[in-house]
Ligand binder design. Sequence first.
Ligand code: THU
Length: 156
Amino acid sequence: MIDSIKDKLYSSGIDATTIKDMIEKADGARKFAYTPYSGFKVGAGLLAYDSDNKPAIITGCNIENAAYSPGNCAERTAVFKAVSEGYRDFRAIAIIAGKGKIADSYTSPCGVCRQVLREFVDPNNFYVIMAKNTEDYKVMTLEELFPMSFGPDNLK
Ligand code: THU
């Protein structure tokens, strides 16, 4: 992890224990990925806060489909689950993925998922944690991954 980002992430109140928890929960969700076509299993753990500022980690996995295009990514599954449960305040997402039993690559969210995340967050204060495991991960802000994005403010 780049140190400046690490400092920013920690000073935003997301500590090492929370990050570990997010990655572990993402990895737990990854086991439920339904991927008969790609075999690429993805898990996501979205850090969300309720109206009392109580944190929760909402998980998601990718869910493929015989008609291909209706398939959904793990990140969007997590966001849609969270929003449908009343959460809209999101601070970070952990992503863990790979074809084997053990995740083996740093996986960044696809363009569609970046846009879906962007709807609910301040891109400069939302962290994407791309993990191989709880010890080995990269962190970038959504702004770094998705600069000059189109969002709700553009329609005001
Ligand atoms: N996928 C995700 O779930 N998240 C990503 O960040 C990248 C791609 C899924 C979609 C599809 O089920 C499989 O991975 C291969 O693209």
